[in-house]
Write a protein that binds this ligand. Structure first.
Ligand SMILES: *[C@@H]1O[C@H](CO)[C@@H](O)[C@H](O)[C@H]1NC(C)=O
Ligand SMILES: *[C@@H]1O[C@H](CO)[C@@H](O)[C@H](O)[C@H]1NC(C)=O
Length: 271
């Protein structure tokens, strides 16, 4: 009897493996549905704290596209592993362009400006756990009143505020970085840090975590910040971050102090 049972077990095991492999092939052929790793309902190391679910992105005119879509790329992949909600916030529901408002910033009259359609206005913002503030030419705009007012008003209700690149300049003008450690793009250091004289600006830093306030250096560093956020705030976040990084073929920088751009742009060490 034993051999028969063993064979039957072996057979059903092989079938299970075959079916599992088939399901993997089907999902990867279908594109990008990754295998579920597990449920991630609680912050890592903080079993009483639910993971953040409700994300918002401010859309200022002349935003940098990767400041928004770098983090969204990762969070969208995460949203296939756990429930997440996305709000894209603009002054109105009209599409927001990357084109600078000032024609002098488009001296070749290019038409290279994608647009994003907001899902909500600042006035109708849903409750959020996390707000991302992107940068780009936007941060130098003299006409940021509604964006600054929104960031200032919503800040107390957030669990996390995350600035990407020169988005730190927008948040600094809203006063919400005051007293916090934060960083920004090293190629725009003097200009942006001047917007927040009461901020503890940190260099070198690919990103900085200061409790509720997280901030990244230039554009692409926002991708590493977001991977770190996933690692820390979701159960099995490290495994999930590695799975997502593999699928987008990104080599994660996991040391926040790894910042060759501070030297490149002659930003002296601080904080
Ligand atoms: C800029 O380009 C647009 C077409 O994209 C054209 O209609 C317009 O006349 C151009 N402006 C100048 C100043 O060349
Ligand atoms: C994390 O994932 C591993 C497998 O990748 C699994 O063994 C473990 O139970 C998971 N942990 C949680 C808390 O879900």
């Amino acid at each position: 009897m034993m051999p028969a049972i063993a064979n039957f077990k072996l057979l059903s095991k092989s079938l299970a493996v075959l079916l599992f492999s088939l399901s993997l092939i089907t999902s990867s052929a279908a594109g990008i549905i990754p295998p579920r790793i597990e449920s991630q309902s609680r912050e890592n190391g903080n079993p009483s704290k639910p993971s953040p679910r409700r994300f918002g992105f401010v859309l200022p005119r002349a935003f940098d596209a990767v400041d928004i879509f770098g983090p969204i790329e990762i969070l969208q992949a995460l949203s296939r592993q756990t429930h997440l909600e996305l709000a894209l916030l603009g002054r109105t529901l009209e599409p927001v362009t990357t084109e600078p408002a000032n024609a002098a910033m488009n001296k070749f009259n290019s038409s290279f400006w994608p647009r994003i359609v907001p899902t909500h206005t600042f006035a109708d913002s849903p409750a959020l756990d996390v707000l991302f503030v992107p940068g780009g030419a936007a941060a130098r705009s003299p006409d940021l009143g509604p964006e600054i007012a929104y960031v200032r008003d919503v800040f107390p209700s957030l669990r996390y505020l995350i600035t990407i690149c020169t988005g730190a300049g927008i948040a600094a003008q809203a006063g919400v970085l005051d007293g916090h450690r934060a960083t920004t793009n090293k190629a725009a250091w003097d200009e942006i840090t001047a917007m927040g004289p009461n901020v503890k600006w940190v260099s070198p830093a690919r990103w900085v975590e200061d409790g509720k306030v997280w901030s990244s250096s230039g554009v692409a560093s926002g991708i590493d910040l977001t991977f770190e956020f996933v690692k820390q705030k979701y159960e099995n976040g490290t495994a999930i971050a590695q799975m997502i990084a593999g699928r987008i073929e990104h080599v994660i920088v996991s040391d926040w102090r790894d910042d060759p751009f501070a030297d490149q742009f002659n930003v002296p060490p601080s904080n």
